[in-house]
Design a protein around this ligand. Structure first.
Ligand SMILES: [Fe+2]
Ligand SMILES: [Fe+2]
Length: 179
């Protein structure tokens, strides 16, 4: 399960890189592909919020229950996931509006994107640098066996980085491959 989480993080970092590149282009007044950004928020909404975060939440809840962890850690993880979900929805809504030709000042959109990317990175780095190493050194094989049994979305397929890419994400997959 931890391998899955690490792999998801690498994949999400690639998507954040695409977003960063778009921010640079926007600042240089270049045309950007909003449809591509929409694919990213779609992926994060459908895959991260419905699969990646629930898997983490399951592991974290177990870890928090059976190991001594400060309240600060417990609260931060929960708050981060809630906040990321809200930020993803807000960014997705804004991209939808732009795709429907609503006038949104460029600065407002850049600020939204930057806020989103920075929060995502902070969260990923926190998990990778502090939480996951602590969990890895603390949980036993037995613990993992319990967790795997509890994980009920086992068969969920990654529609972008998985073995077969769904039509919805083909353009994004190609973009990542060539960039
Ligand atoms: Fe997370
Ligand atoms: Fe994560």
């Amino acid at each position: 399960m931890l391998n899955r989480i690490h792999k998801d993080h690498k994949n999400i970092m690639q998507l954040l890189q695409v977003m960063d590149n778009h921010i640079v282009s926007l600042k240089l007044d270049k045309e950007i592909d909003y449809q591509l950004l929409k694919s990213i928020t779609d992926y994060l909404k459908h895959y991260s919020d419905k699969y990646h975060h629930p898997m983490e939440n399951l592991i974290y809840a177990y870890y928090l229950k059976y190991r001594v962890v400060t309240d600060q850690v417990a609260n931060r993880l929960e708050d981060d996931h809630k906040q990321l979900k809200i930020l993803t929805t807000e960014l997705d809504d804004m991209i939808n509006m732009i795709l429907l030709d609503a006038i949104i000042p460029k600065e407002v959109f850049i600020e939204k994107m930057e806020g989103f990317v920075s929060k995502q990175k902070q969260h990923l780095n926190y998990e990778e640098a502090e939480i996951l190493p602590a969990i890895q050194s603390s949980l036993t094989e037995d613990d993992w066996a319990h967790l795997i049994l509890q994980w009920k979305h086992k068969e969920y397929v990654d529609p972008l980085f998985g073995e077969s890419i769904s039509d919805q994400f083909k353009a994004l997959a190609l973009h990542i491959k060539v960039s």
